[in-house]
Design a protein around this ligand. Structure first.
Ligand code: SF4
Length: 60
């Protein structure tokens, strides 16, 4: 499963990383989220984070 964060859409709110910190992490210097480990959590947990992103920047 490819998990992609659109860096142009991401507003750096930190929601995804706070929900699933095993999968997402914040790049504080750049101000957006990155994928740390796409297999770091269940598909359900990842899906919840995708749906919680306010700008729909995460896709699979
Ligand atoms: S929830 Fe969306 S906008 Fe917020 S940091 Fe994650 S990818 Fe970026």
């Amino acid at each position: 499963m490819a998990l992609i964060i659109d860096e142009n859409k991401c507003i750096g709110c930190g929601v995804c990383a706070s929900m699933v910190d095993t999968v997402f992490e914040m790049n504080d210097e750049e101000g957006f989220a990155t994928v740390k480990d796409p297999k770091g959590a269940s598909n359900e947990e990842i899906q919840e984070a995708i749906e919680a992103c306010p700008v729909e920047a995460i896709s699979i």
